[in-house]
Unconditional design. Structure first.
Length: 84
């Protein structure tokens, strides 16, 4: 059995999660904003604001995933910290 197969499946699973993070974050932000709009009577403003924050949260998670997967390459050639 190829040793890289489990790693490839793990990376594929992590990448597929990114596709779910964006809509979930936006939906949660919009839902939270709509709920607060109902309480404060500020309809549609808080919905828009919190949906925007959901988009930001989705991008933050995307960047975290990118940084984490970049660190897993293990070849050491991408980071030169010698200072020269």
């Amino acid at each position: 059995m190829n040793e890289n197969k489990p790693r490839q499946y793990s990376q594929l699973a992590e990448a597929s999660i990114i596709g779910m993070v964006f809509p979930i974050a936006i939906a949660l932000g919009y839902g939270w904003g709509a709920w607060m709009d109902g309480i404060f009577g500020t309809k549609p403003w808080l919905s828009y604001i919190f949906a925007g924050l959901g988009v930001v949260a989705g991008f933050v998670n995307l960047f975290r995933f990118a940084l984490r997967s970049n660190g897993k390459t293990g070849n050491g050639s991408s980071s030169d910290r010698s200072g020269s």
